[in-house]
Design a protein around this ligand. Structure first.
Ligand code: MN
Length: 490
């Protein structure tokens, strides 16, 4: 993880003579150093080259594609770089690409400006030539314009780096399925060959019986150690230590199986718990806290998206988790969605210290009351995201929400809960979400933004639909209609 880096590639040409190229090279190195020292980039920037020829560009692209640490390239033209030079490299580029349209100097220097200054500092038109070729080649890319020392520019660059890391994680992601999807459910289905081709996900099934075998081999010492970890992180609000120990056994076994296969996400279903006493609750929650993706009812798509969005968040394991829209509060002036799940809500969403509780769970084949973490979600702006299979293409739907402290205590609700206001408002938001076909399962994230999800979808080559404060049902219907036509032509 800590080896991830991005490459800074500066465009130029031989026209200006060696002195100008020397200055460009020195400044590119200086800018890289300052950006790395800013504290606003989550990953290292490496200055690679001031490229002057087709060959240099083709070579750095080839190296970027091949290098596992390189998660993307960032380009900029201090001077003019004729863009036909970039074609052979760009048509082969497989890594995320950001064009930083900036310039070295903040101000136009009134007294000093002359034609030498103009020759050296011409990003304003160099970056336009550079932008044309990416537009002409229909490349997915991010364009960020602004002064490189501005904190807001640096933070946008940092956010894009996290998006690109989401791409890297997606392309290597393996998902472990325990059992199939819940019977008869449509939205959790999908084309696993299509997602592997488009997104890189390897989605495969392991038998619940194999998991039970691994569970039976877990030792008491292993369970003691994990229960000590639970006690250090959470309040124990039950006398039923056996249920907690059973969840620890489930967690240890699932983690062993996932780690042996290199899986970073998993799905299970309450309809297939054969040989298990409890649906994994606390077990799944604590695995999510460690960065594993999870989806209930066999929903491997939401599980994979959870793993990816966690990796895109703070420190590579952010405040994102599996969520389900449960019920509404429809009182005028006080309209909220209540999200929860049977058990499995990630504690990274918690606004207070989670409590471990045990309660009866009627759904599924639970012989014993499963232990689970109970808490309230944090306040703050967030998004909910759903990936659906439209048949022939994937659609990513993202809605802006604002989470509030739940307006009532709900003392008899035995699961973690998050309450939010949907954008543009509850009912229009629901109409838009349903019109777009969004699932009841989502990934809720406090630290990944809609802009990042749009960029991620663009890089992956899938459809993106955003529901925000300005979205109307009519506008959305029109967009979906046009998208449908456009995607049929692709
Ligand atoms: Mn569900």
């Amino acid at each position: 993880m800590e080896n991830r880096e991005f490459w800074f590639v500066v465009g130029s040409q031989f026209l200006y003579g060696p002195e100008v190229l020397e200055i460009v090279d020195k400044r590119a190195a200086e800018m890289t150093e300052a950006l790395n020292a800013s504290g606003n980039l989550p990953y290292k920037l490496v200055y690679k080259v001031t490229a002057k020829t087709n060959q240099e560009i083709a070579d750095v692209v080839k190296e970027a594609n091949y290098n596992d640490n390189c998660c993307g390239i960032i380009t900029w033209c201090h001077t003019f770089s004729p863009s036909k030079m970039w074609i052979n490299g760009f048509v082969n580029l497989q890594k995320p690409y950001c064009h930083l349209a900036t310039q070295y100097n903040l101000e136009i220097p009134n007294e000093e400006i002359d034609m030498d200054f103009m020759n050296l500092n011409q990003a304003a038109h160099g970056d336009r030539e550079h932008g044309f070729i990416a537009a002409r080649l229909r490349m997915p890319r991010k364009v960020i314009a602004g002064y490189w020392k501005d904190e807001s520019v640096q933070k946008r660059l940092g956010a894009w780096m996290r998006t690109a890391v989401g791409v890297a994680v997606s392309r290597k992601l393996k998902v472990m399925r325990f059992g199939d999807n819940m019977r008869e459910v449509a939205v959790t289905e999908g084309d696993k060959v299509e997602v592997q081709a488009k997104l890189g996900w390897q989605v495969n099934t392991w038998a619940v019986g194999d998991l039970v075998k691994v569970m039976n081999a877990v030792t008491e010492e292993e369970i003691d150690a994990l229960v000590a970890e639970y006690k250090a992180s959470y309040d124990i609000a039950t006398d039923n230590m056996e249920a907690i120990r059973y969840q620890a056994k489930e967690e240890i076994a699932m983690k062993k199986m996932m780690d042996a296969e290199g899986c970073k996400a998993f799905a299970n279903t309450f309809q297939d718990l054969y040989g298990m006493e409890q649906l994994p609750g606390l077990a799944s929650q604590h695995l999510m806290a460690q960065g594993y993706g999870y989806g209930g009812e066999g929903d491997w798509k939401v599980s994979a998206m959870t793993a990816i969005m966690k990796a895109m968040g703070e420190n590579g394991n952010g405040a994102s988790g599996f969520m389900e829209d449960y019920t509404y509060h429809l009182v005028p002036g006080q309209q909220y969605s209540l999200g929860a799940h049977m058990l499995e809500v990630c504690p990274s969403l918690a606004g207070n210290k989670p409590r471990i509780e045990t309660h009866f769970l009627g759904i599924g084949m639970n012989e014993k009351d499963p232990a689970r973490l109970v808490f309230e979600g944090k306040e703050g702006d967030a998004i909910v995201v759903s990936l659906i299979d439209m048949g022939g293409r994937l659609r990513l739907i993202c809605q802006d929400i604002h989470c509030v402290k739940p307006i009532m205590p709900m003392p008899n609700l035995p699961v973690a809960r998050v309450m939010w206001e949907a954008m543009p408002n509850l009912t229009t938001g629901v109409e838009c979400w349903i019109t777009a076909g969004g699932a009841h399962h989502t990934v809720l994230s406090y630290d990944v933004t809609a802009e990042q999800m749009k960029d991620w979808a663009n890089i992956m080559g899938i459809e993106y639909v955003h529901i925000g404060k300005d979205t109307t049902v009519e506008g959305l219907e029109q967009q979906l209609f046009l998208n449908d036509l456009a995607w049929k032509l692709k």
